[in-house]
Design a protein around this ligand. Structure first.
Ligand SMILES: Nc1ncnc2c1ncn2[C@@H]1O[C@H](COP(=O)(O)OP(=O)(O)OP(=O)(O)O)[C@@H](O)[C@H]1O
Ligand SMILES: Cc1ncc(COP(=O)(O)O)c(N)n1
Length: 346
């Protein structure tokens, strides 16, 4: 049986979209994923008519108005379509947000790995950002593969110049196959120049270790994750979402756990754990990019961070559960999973 056939049930909400998915987790148990449900519009604001098919109403951010909400992703291109710019734009479209891009590097990549990286000139990256932000504007910006310290530094000051407040920094360092997507010199720039400007940073475990100067597999438990997330806050992002896709903690077998630290509401308290079923598949190319892009999309739509992180996790979980095993290696997420027809549930 293929991974994506492994579904027991799903359900549609009143808009005809999936509101819940269920299947068998990596630990062999049954699971159900609850996708975000309808929420009431904030007082005095009605959902736009054009958004009748989308679950949550739009609450525009104060600094930029106009329909539709927009996200700029500054990242690398993945020719295989699963990660990078391609994953980000698919995520934006699925979540009802207008996606725009500034490409930092072109990668020749497929399910088996990264064959080549062709970095863009710094000037070309900045020119793309100017073209987008100088005209169309963005409610939120997401960064992914930035490649070199020069690109990191100039992107950071460019975002300052445009007063970007909702900045999601995904500190992409290596691809799933272990190929480097960053020059070594860029790690310090990322930590010192970009993290302090981020509303949220979304490292995975190896990236967190690298940023903290720890050995690669130093984070081994959920309590290690909480400690690491708190330590990463010291670099200046308002929130840290530490993604636990790589966690091998026997106590939490069968679960995919992330940790959200920071923000005013959580100040002085333990970080939140966001947990969901660990789906039994190896086809997870693009999970990290899609998570950060989904957070940016939800932030652009006016969600608070905690709600955005939870909604993004649900969206990505559905996309993992329906991942497409294309190519001979690690297949990619299916971003449209959240709107697929019901399977087997009346
Ligand atoms: N098998 C899985 N089942 C369910 N959720 C998963 C699974 N693997 C990862 N996730 C979730 O996907 C999101 C991305 O986490 P992950 O740690 O894989 O990011 P990443 O390593 O940056 O991804 P990538 O390797 O694509 O860059 C997190 O919310 C994580 O909990
Ligand atoms: C252009 C680009 N950006 C990011 C990733 C990380 O994604 P993954 O770890 O799933 O390969 C990637 N492979 N390629």
């Amino acid at each position: 049986m293929r991974d994506f056939d492994n579904w027991a049930a799903s359900a549609r909400n009143q808009h005809g979209q999936l509101s819940g998915l269920a299947g068998t987790s990596a630990a062999g148990g049954q699971y159900a994923i609850q996708l975000p449900q309808d929420v009431e519009p904030p007082a005095g604001r009605e959902p736009e008519a054009a958004y009748a098919g989308i679950r949550e109403p739009i609450a525009y951010s104060a600094e930029l108005t106009g329909w539709p909400p927009r996200v700029l992703t500054i990242a690398g291109s993945d020719s295989g379509g699963g990660a990078g710019i391609q994953a980000d734009l698919k995520t934006c479209q699925e979540l009802g947000v207008f996606g725009m891009s500034a490409i930092t590097a072109v990668t020749s990549q497929n399910s088996r790995g990264v064959h080549a990286v062709y970095p863009m000139q710094e000037e070309a990256v900045l020119s793309q950002i100017d073209a987008v932000l100088g005209d169309i504007g963005a409610h939120a910006v997401k960064t992914g593969m930035l490649y070199s310290s020069d690109i990191v530094k100039s992107v950071a000051s460019k975002l300052d110049a445009y007063g970007i407040r909702k900045l999601v920094v995904d500190p992409v360092l290596v691809a799933k196959d272990g190929s480097p997507l960053f020059r070594r010199d860029a790690v310090n720039a990322l930590r010192d120049e970009l993290l302090p400007r981020a509303l949220v940073a979304t490292p995975n475990l190896p990236e967190a270790c690298e940023l903290l100067g720890m050995e690669e597999s130093a984070i081994r438990s959920v309590s290690d994750m909480m400690e690491a997330a708190n330590m990463l806050l010291r670099f200046g992002p308002k929130y840290v979402l530490l993604k636990g896709g790589h966690l091998e903690d026997e106590a939490f077998r069968g679960l995919a756990i992330d940790v959200l630290a920071g923000g005013d509401r959580l100040a002085g308290t333990e970080p939140l754990t966001l947990s969901g079923p660990r789906i039994a598949t190896r086809h997870t190319h693009g999970t990290g990019c899609s998570t950060a892009a989904a957070i940016a999309a939800y932030l652009a739509r006016g969600f608070e961070m905690e709600h955005a992180a939870r909604a993004a996790k649900c969206f990505v979980a559905a996309a993992i559960a329906r991942a497409v095993p294309l190519g001979g290696g690690i297949g990619s997420l299916w971003h449209a999973a959240h709107r697929e027809p019901a399977h087997g549930l009346q």
